[in-house]
Design a protein around this ligand. Structure first.
Ligand SMILES: Nc1ncnc2c1ncn2[C@@H]1O[C@H](COP(=O)(O)OP(=O)(O)O)[C@@H](O)[C@H]1O
Ligand SMILES: [Mg+2]
Length: 249
């Protein structure tokens, strides 16, 4: 039996910004449909790792393979083609506040639309049905024409998720998607992300600093500490000692 090609593969990856490396000799493979949590304290390297997976950062050493392509070997056009299939959701939502929700959702098309189409879409909303469908999936279709900054934090994160759905990526990366939300909203967003990835078979990689959420929502946990993988295990094999070691000061 041949194994499927990993969606993401890191081979001996080190990332160094200045003197101290932020990630050290990381090796991991993430396969189609997996739901993986990256956990660790602030500064552990979670965001850096996600930025390597979506090609925003390049490794200092080693290789990052995404969808069977070695990112370090790609020219900018090939890189954009790969990046189109990877949707990223951020802690700060990364929405344009003073635009209507529909425009922020339609930004998910930008990797495919021509510049002209993108400009026209700002003057006359197009692809309304696609945007409405994505907003319906995240439960806020009635907000289509609202100004984005009139929405609550939880609703804005739903807009960011709808934008990713419009992009229709193969994998979703979420960088601490709930760290600006209250516990109730956090549970709603985690349920939504898990449900969306399970329904469509999309690979989901989410960084979280809180172990409690990782334990409740993910099958596989990668524990990062000081730039190294401390453990990479199914959730029911992660012991309380492993978690203590992850967060110990
Ligand atoms: N652009 C950058 N320039 C310099 N150092 C950085 C940069 N991004 C991250 N770092 C450093 O890399 C380490 C890991 O950061 P980060 O990946 O943001 O951790 P986490 O997301 O787990 O909080 C930290 O020590 C941080 O200061
Ligand atoms: Mg971070």
């Amino acid at each position: 039996m041949t194994l499927p090609v990993p969606i993401f593969e890191l081979k001996n990856v080190t990332k160094q910004f200045s003197n101290l490396p932020s990630l050290i000799d990381i090796n991991l493979e993430i396969y189609p449909g997996e739901c993986v949590a990256l956990v660790g304290s602030s500064g552990a390297g979670k965001s850096t790792l996600l930025s390597l997976l979506n090609g925003t950062l390049q490794p200092t050493q080693g290789e990052v393979w995404v969808l069977g392509r070695n990112l370090t070997r790609l020219n900018s056009q090939q890189m954009r083609q790969v990046q189109r299939h990877i949707g990223t959701i951020y802690q700060q939502f990364h929405l344009v506040d003073n635009l209507q929700v529909i425009h922020n959702v339609n930004a998910g098309h930008l990797g495919r639309w021509s510049f002209l189409k993108a400009v026209v879409s700002l003057l006359y909303p197009i692809e309304v049905e696609t945007a409405a469908k994505a907003l319906r999936q995240v439960g806020i279709v009635e907000k289509l024409y609202e100004r984005t900054d009139s929405l609550s934090g939880g609703q804005q994160q739903r807009v960011a998720i709808a934008r990713t759905l419009v992009q229709n990526p193969i994998a979703i990366l979420a960088d601490e998607p709930i760290s600006n939300l209250d516990p109730e909203r956090s549970r709603e967003i985690m349920n939504l992300l898990r449900q969306l990835s399970q329904e469509s078979g999309k690979t989901l990689v989410t960084s979280l600093h809180a172990w409690e959420y990782a334990r409740s929502y993910f099958h596989r946990i990668i524990g990062l500490r000081d730039g190294r993988v401390l453990f990479d295990a199914p959730v029911d094999e992660v012991s309380s000692v492993m978690v203590e070691n992850l967060y110990r000061i």
